[in-house]
Design a protein around this ligand. Structure first.
Ligand code: GDP
Ligand code: MN
Length: 419
């Protein structure tokens, strides 16, 4: 659509429509291109810095907890928060009993928030059958997991040294509680959480997640905790915001701000049945994402406040609050850029190298999307897709919160709780 050379005989002809139009179109295209490049850069830069630092951190040794005799193990208060967990509660209690933590050193507390499916009755019957002591606290209403965690903290006895929280549908592997006990003999450690054992389709994204948590734990502490099995030094606890979720990460941050380390340990392992329904997967990702975004944003004053911990908090903070919007902006600008090129061609001149580069990026993203939808397994594409998906979920979570809905009370996914 390039305008033919126009004889410029008079002033009016300089504004020949064709040339004028292509100039504006080029400007539009370059604007989209600039936005796309800028957002891609702003997304990738913190991620690269994080990955580069983390590579170094991962070379540091993770302190190993000392061996410990039964007599020296600390006293645990193991809390299982439940809301309508009748399907899995017995399996869970048996799983805890199988841990064989010295029985004089552990209390089991079930904190139930007005379940309507007989969870409490089943738990009670299980305790009788297994001749095991199980304390049951019944909250009169369901207020969400964070509220239940706060309530459970009130139940700590002065002699309880460690507060352990473990989710009803998570199965912890042998030795997990003992390992927690050993960690807590180290006075510098205030919190420790487990690691999900990968089912085969855990994917590359989960691998990255683990790699970052591990590096952060070696460097200092990780701010992203796995609540499926997490333990906190009782003396370091303070109540959390019960109107927000991410109870696990809230507690980890409190502990770290109190001067103790918060670690993710690959040797404390738990399993969960995978969620098989896409809608449930999405809902959980949006809810968890909202919890983390809100948590990091509230603590933005602490980002980059000196030391490795400040850096870790800041980098993760950016990735959970700002990056998702930039990803969205980048996608929109990319679509707009590609559209102008496809519809209008290279109006206003030859494409720049950057134009071509960004079109290549568009093509890769599109291909990943296609490959993902088709269900093929191409490693890099799967990672790109999971990254984009995760960021879209984070945006959704933040949007939903802006629109006034906090997801701190939720209906559990069922596809991972079948008997
Ligand atoms: P997810 O792992 O993030 O999907 O969260 P889950 O739905 O698995 O819930 C984690 C744990 O918190 C489970 O043991 C639930 O039963 C428990 N839970 C969820 N909501 C409440 C609540 O309102 N009160 C109590 N006491 N527990 C809850
Ligand atoms: Mn769960």
């Amino acid at each position: 659509m390039k305008g033919s050379p126009t004889p410029r005989t008079g002033g009016a002809l300089i504004w020949e429509p064709c040339e004028d139009g292509s100039g504006i179109l080029m400007l539009v295209r370059l604007t989209f291109l600039t936005i796309q490049v800028a957002s891609a850069g702003a997304v990738i830069l913190p991620l690269l810095i994080h990955a580069w630092l983390n590579r170094g951190w991962n070379r540091l040794p993770l302190p190993v907890p000392d061996a410990c005799s039964d007599a020296d193990l600390p006293r645990l208060c193991v809390v299982i928060p439940t809301w309508n967990e009748a399907n899995v509660i017995e399996t869970k209690l048996t799983n805890l009993l199988d841990q064989r933590y010295p029985s004089t050193k552990v209390r089991h507390v079930l904190i139930d928030s007005a379940s309507t499916d007989g969870t409490v009755e089943r738990a009670r019957a299980w305790a009788v059958e297994n001749d095991t002591e199980l304390e049951i606290i019944q909250m009169p209403a369901r207020l969400g997991k964070s509220a239940a965690v706060n309530r459970a903290m009130d139940e700590l006895h002065p002699e309880d040294e460690v507060f352990v929280i473990t989710d009803a549908e998570a199965t912890i592997e042998p030795g997990a509680l003992r390992r927690i006990g050993r960690w807590m003999k180290d006075e510098t450690v205030g919190a420790v959480c487990g690691t999900l054992v990968e089912e085969e389709n855990g994917g590359a994204y989960r691998g990255w997640f683990r790699w970052f948590r591990e590096g952060e734990s070696k460097a200092d502490s990780t701010p992203i905790f796995e609540g499926s099995i997490a333990a906190y030094r009782a003396s370091a606890l303070r109540p959390i915001d019960d109107r927000a979720n991410a109870d696990d990460s809230q507690l980890a941050l409190l502990v770290r701000e109190g001067g103790l380390r918060a670690l993710s340990d690959g040797a404390i392992r738990f399993r969960e049945q995978p969620i098989t329904i896409h809608r449930e997967k999405r809902e959980r990702a949006v809810r968890r994402g909202q919890g983390l975004s809100r948590h990091f944003w509230r603590n933005r004053i602490r980002w980059f406040r000196g030391g490795r911990w400040g850096t870790i908090l800041g980098l993760n903070g950016i990735q959970h609050t700002i990056t998702p919007w930039l990803v969205l902006l980048g996608i929109l600008a990319g679509v707009a850029h590609a559209t102008t090129v496809v519809l209008l061609g290279w109006t206003g001149g030859e494409p720049m190298l950057l134009d071509r580069l960004m079109l290549l990026v568009d093509a890769i993203v599109l291909a990943s999307l296609g490959i993902g939808v088709a269900g093929w397994r191409v490693p890099l594409c799967a990672t790109i897709l999971a990254f984009l998906e995760n960021n879209v979920y984070l945006v959704r979570g933040m949007l939903i919160l802006r629109l006034g809905t906090s997801l701190h009370k939720w209906t559990p996914s069922m596809s991972n709780r079948r008997i």
